[in-house]
Design a protein around this ligand. Structure first.
Ligand SMILES: *[C@@H]1O[C@H](CO)[C@@H](O)[C@H](O)[C@H]1NC(C)=O
Ligand SMILES: *[C@@H]1O[C@H](CO)[C@@H](O)[C@H](O)[C@H]1NC(C)=O
Ligand SMILES: *[C@@H]1O[C@H](CO)[C@@H](O)[C@H](O)[C@H]1NC(C)=O
Ligand SMILES: *[C@@H]1O[C@H](CO)[C@@H](O)[C@H](O)[C@H]1NC(C)=O
Length: 410
């Protein structure tokens, strides 16, 4: 042990806020075909694998009937920023768990830079903000290169806080997070350790507007079946329209894409009654791709609950289970952050919020008229636990994903 300050801790705090409204859809495949292999698309496949590996771990720790919701992109981003300061085994564990073993740090950094750039083209109807922050102890100077990389590649904002006054430091970090999440996440940080050296912060804020809003006049009270014996009342929205949909009989699942304005959609994966466990057991990025390819446009009468959930998670256990262990131990090698002080990660926490309602924005709900063929619409009733994925198409990212077991649970 060469460090004298072995108790100095580095906390990576990950958080995200989603704010979703829904509706609309267009075909994005044509936008992809002429783009070629974009730098940020290198991340798409490993990030999706990471997202599902994390799901499996979180799900195993989550009590039945509890919601799971997180931002895979946010977590991958924060760990990648962390890896810019890591070396040796600490670095290889991060890279291999993230699925980046065939890439080097420069390629990953550049891919994220490109991704932030693409996402920066925020459309008027869609707000998508992804970025990072680094709160640094007033009397601690991280290596210049780490701070430069965080700023340059990860849209990181660096600010100094006085961890010797933990309450003030927490308040300051919470103010930063609240401002970046438009007050959706306010009290993320509490009980800071006065020996903290740095806090890494990631945020993802998404506020979408359905391409085709629901008509609030059709929202009604209805039953949602949490499980065989538990039923809760939800505000059920209803909309008849043309949606991309697929019913996979073999795999007991109905999939529907509900598009937001811009380049994002919510993909709803609704297992047949009693089949959630089975579907969660096999789901991975290949199923998502398969279903995505099989989607076809149909008349649908869609029933979707209106809800708002918040989920937080301490990710330490899951990340360790996924092979990121050294980062948390005294053997951690963050020599790319500091050559004088030994650092390790003390805690990785994450919070994500999701709101789904008829429009999602205060903007007037413009009515869209669709030409309906003269056929009976398919009825899709999201009245039981489902999986939801908020997908960003231009960068092929999973912004958020989760399992909504009970829309009325806080
Ligand atoms: C990273 O990989 C790229 C492409 O293979 C290569 O050009 C570059 O020199 C590598 N950078 C480092 C720092 O190893
Ligand atoms: C809801 O119903 C009211 C009263 O019938 C009507 O004025 C309003 O336009 C309806 N809203 C929408 C979005 O259609
Ligand atoms: C069920 O999933 C498997 C694996 O992705 C796939 O090969 C098969 O085609 C799916 N079944 C249907 C009806 O789509
Ligand atoms: C979708 O993404 C493409 C590629 O980044 C961008 O050029 C386009 O403006 C985006 N469209 C919308 C509606 O956001």
């Amino acid at each position: 042990m060469r460090g004298i300050f072995a108790s100095c801790a580095l906390a990576a705090l990950l958080l995200s806020a989603a704010w979703a409204d829904h509706q609309h859809h267009h075909d994005h495949s044509s936008e992809h075909s002429h783009e070629g292999e974009l730098s940020c698309h290198k991340l798409s496949s490993p990030n999706a694998d990471f997202a599902f590996a994390l799901y499996k771990s979180l799900n195993a720790q989550t009590a039945a009937g509890k919601n799971i919701f997180y931002s895979p992109l946010g977590i991958s981003t924060a760990l990648s920023m962390l890896s810019t300061g890591a070396s040796g085994e600490t670095h290889s564990q991060l890279f291999s768990s993230l699925g980046y073993s065939t890439l080097n740090q420069t390629q990953v950094n550049e891919a994220y830079e490109h991704l932030f750039h693409m996402m920066g083209h925020s459309q008027e109807a869609q707000q998508l903000e992804v970025g990072n922050g680094v709160a640094v102890r007033t009397d601690f100077s991280p290596l210049e290169k780490f701070l430069k990389d965080a700023m340059h590649f990860y849209s990181g904002e660096i600010f100094k806080v006085d961890f010797a006054k933990p309450d003030e430091a927490a308040a300051e970090i919470n103010r930063f997070i609240a401002s970046k999440t438009h007050d959706k996440i306010k009290d993320m940080v509490k009980d800071l350790d006065p020996s903290m050296a740095m806090v890494l912060i990631n945020y993802v804020y998404f506020r979408g507007q359905w391409e085709k809003p629901f008509d609030g006049n059709h929202t009604h009270k209805a039953d949602f079946h949490v499980d065989k014996t538990t039923t809760v009342k939800v505000d059920m929205m209803k909309r008849m329209g043309r949606y991309d949909f697929y019913h996979d009989t073999d795999n007991h699942t109905t999939v529907i894409m509900v598009p937001y304005k811009g380049n994002t959609s919510m993909m709803i994966v609704l297992p047949d009654e009693g089949k959630m466990k089975e579907v969660e057991g096999f789901i991975n990025k290949d199923y998502i791709r398969h279903w995505h390819n099989k989607l076809y446009r149909n008349s649908v009468e869609l029933f979707l609950p209106k809800f708002s959930i918040s989920a937080d998670a301490v990710l330490d256990h899951s990340l360790k289970e996924m092979g990121i262990t050294d980062a948390f131990e005294n053997s951690a090698d963050f020599s790319g952050m500091s050559d004088s002080i030994k650092l390790k990660v003390s805690k990785v926490s994450h919070q994500a919020v999701l709101s789904v309602d008829e429009t999602g924005t205060e903007a007037a709900a413009a009515t869209t008229i669709e030409i309906m063929p003269m056929s009976m619409p398919i009825n899709i009733n999201v009245n039981r636990p489902f999986l939801a994925f908020i997908l960003e198409h231009s960068t092929r990212s999973i912004l958020f994903m989760g399992k909504i077991s009970n829309p009325t649970a806080a």
